[in-house]
Write a protein that binds this ligand. Structure first.
Ligand code: FAD
Ligand code: NAP
Length: 526
């Protein structure tokens, strides 16, 4: 949705902080507490309640977002460079991260994980271009208040119990059901929250980097005021999968071959050989054999490794001391090497049951099952998008929401590639249906027939009934792919409002906006 909730003003105006520091702290606490400006009942001084954020749509590409923000004030232009997910992975929301960067309170421009390098580069470019519009001196980076244990800045330590495959033979995917034991932590969570995981890198990749630079990994290095072995720093502290532009520039200064130095400089400017556009640190070190980096310089030039977020797939009422995730392992081949997604493959391949892993709970921004147990819930979650809806269904079952007296009906739309191999949580879902916890189940397996069948096709087939549920007050939820699926589902919902509700396209849009404002259209997309 384009309209976003304002950031609450949690830090009083009288508190001894600059406006930049206040913006940072408001964003930090809003993300940490999972509250919105509306929930706090106060409007942020920096946010005009009438202000529209047309670029705040994760399905838009960067150039479209920037075009929509053209002429807006600087912090809004910076906001348009973020991934627009408000996922909290960076420790802020898109709006507050942009405000903190513009005010100078946040110096790190590499915190937007879903935006990646594209966001980081654009932020730097925009900051340089917008500098003449600055009328005050940027604030010094804010000193961070001591964070509570279990937060992003001070994660809790949980034990990995299991990460078993959910797909069956014949699947093209590797999705895992991941279970953490929370017994040794004070962490609590609600259905709808996400879990932040601090992963460690592929140990073979780290070993190959160490071999290339002639290090054993036992060398003690300084990082964040601590001394730790180099291997440890490369595994868990810095991002060697996507070397920063600073890293490329640094490697350029350490190249003995002038041509290699020039190529590295070009790469840092987003130019250079296309085959190295997505290079990891090992690719660079191999492509430029004359480079011999110093260890402190190398570590300083790399971005920090950011945590990865996963929608929580369990209800704490059903699993009091556990938290579950549904994680799709991301792997692809490039330059004759199999690449492994940092967070997903850490959980799927490298971490072992019994390992202790730093995690935190990212409170949702209002994404959760209906508070009213008699309200109906329509849940659209293909692929790993099923995760929060497993949590919702467990939660609603534990609350007795779906029982005869309360009457909160549940309707699930699930889809994936092949029914025989990719029906995630099939036994549990079919059991819910048998026992009447799930009142309606619609499935769309895209690769079981010649033409693609997606969940939105099922929505369209059931349009009359779906409209009736919505007219009777149902909440509508979507989780999964932000770029294509969520947009197509929204378009289908709008079409249903036109066809079944007799609305014009404009009125259908206003109806959906009102549904979202009422908390009855919620999305958890990535
Ligand atoms: C709020 C939220 C909830 C989420 N919930 C879930 C969830 O429940 N389950 C889930 O599985 N994920 C979920 N995600 C996504 C998750 O956070 C990670 O983004 C995902 O696991 C990939 O991270 P990674 O560290 O494994 O991969 P990374 O190391 O970050 O690598 C992924 C990157 O690799 C590159 N890449 C991937 N494939 C290719 C290719 N074929 N060729 C070239 N480059 C490629 C792309 O640049 C891609 O961005 C969620 C994200 C958010 C923000
Ligand atoms: N940041 C990352 O690197 C990362 C990591 C993991 C997942 N993701 C993303 O997260 C999302 C979830 O991944 P996933 O593997 O669980 O599931 P997925 O790729 O979204 O696939 C689930 C089902 O949705 C179908 N689908 C494809 N396009 C669709 C559309 N426009 N509308 C409706 N359904 C559509 C797929 O069909 P077909 O496959 O047959 O087209 C498949 O049957 C994906 O978008 C994936 O790219 C991103």
């Amino acid at each position: 949705m384009n309209a976003i909730t304002p950031i609450p003003s949690i830090i009083p105006e009288t508190a001894p902080f600059s406006s930049g520091q206040r913006a940072w702290l408001n964003g930090f606490f809003a993300a940490y507490l999972g509250v919105s400006g509306e929930a706090a009942g106060q409007a942020d001084a920096a946010a005009d309640p009438e202000e529209d954020f047309p670029w705040h749509d994760a399905s838009l590409a960067m150039p479209e977002r920037l075009e929509l923000a053209r002429g807006a004030r600087p912090a809004r232009q910076l906001m348009a460079a973020m991934a627009q997910l408000d996922c909290g992975q960076c420790g802020y929301l898109c709006q507050t991260y942009a405000e903190a960067v513009w005010s100078g309170a946040e110096a790190d421009m590499g915190r937007c994980v879903p935006g990646g390098k594209e966001t980081q580069r654009k932020l730097k470019e925009l900051l340089a271009a917008l500098e003449p519009q600055r009328d005050d001196v940027p604030a010094a980076p804010a000193a961070k208040a001591a964070a509570p244990v279990g937060s992003r800045d001070r994660p809790a330590l949980a034990t990995l119990v299991d990460a078993h495959p959910l797909n069956r033979p014949g699947s093209g995917k590797d999705v895992r059901h991941v279970v953490f034991d929370l017994s040794a932590t004070d962490l609590t969570y609600e259905a709808g929250d996400s879990l932040g995981v601090f992963a460690r890198k592929n140990p073979q990749l780290v070993q190959a980097v160490l071999d290339r630079i002639g290090a054993t990994g036992e060398e003690m290095v300084a990082f964040d005021g601590d001394a730790l072995p180099l291997r440890q720093a490369l595994l868990s502290k810095v991002d060697i999968a996507r070397p920063s532009d600073e890293c490329m520039l640094f490697l350029g200064t350490r190249a003995f071959d002038g041509e290699e130095a020039l190529k590295l400089q070009a790469l840092a400017n987003g130019e250079g050989p296309p085959e190295l556009a997505d290079a990891d640190l090992l690719d660079l070190l191999m492509a430029f054999p004359s480079v011999m980096p110093s260890l402190p310089g190398l570590l300083k030039s790399l971005d920090r490794l950011q945590p990865r977020l996963y929608s929580i797939a369990s209800s704490s009422k059903a699993h009091p001391r556990e938290v579950h995730l549904t994680v799709s392992a991301v792997r692809w081949d490039s330059n004759e090497r199999t690449r492994t997604g940092i967070g997903s493959c850490y959980l799927a391949d490298f971490a072992k049951p019994g390992d202790v892993i730093p995690i935190f709970v990212q409170k949702s921004h209002g994404f959760g099952p209906p508070a009213d147990d008699s309200a109906a819930a329509i849940m659209v979650g293909p692929g790993t998008g099923i995760a929060p809806f497993r949590a919702f269904l467990e939660e609603r079952e534990a609350r007795g929401a779906a029982s005869g007296k309360k009457g909160g009906r549940n309707w699930l739309f699930f889809g994936d590639q092949k029914r025989s191999a990719d029906f995630l949580y099939e036994d549990q879902i079919m059991d819910w249906q048998r026992r009447g916890v799930l009142h309606r189940l619609d499935l769309a397996f895209s690769r079981d027939q010649a033409e693609k069948i997606y969940i939105q096709h099922r929505m369209q087939e059931k349009a009359a009934e779906l409209w009736q549920w919505l007219e009777e007050g149902a909440h509508f939820y979507v989780c999964g792919d932000a770029k294509r699926m969520a947009k197509d589902v929204e378009d289908t919902l709008l079409r249903i409002a036109v066809e079944q509700g007799g609305k014009s396209a404009e009125r259908a849009k206003a109806w959906l906006d009102a549904l979202a404002k009422a908390g009855r259209y919620q999305r958890d997309v990535y």
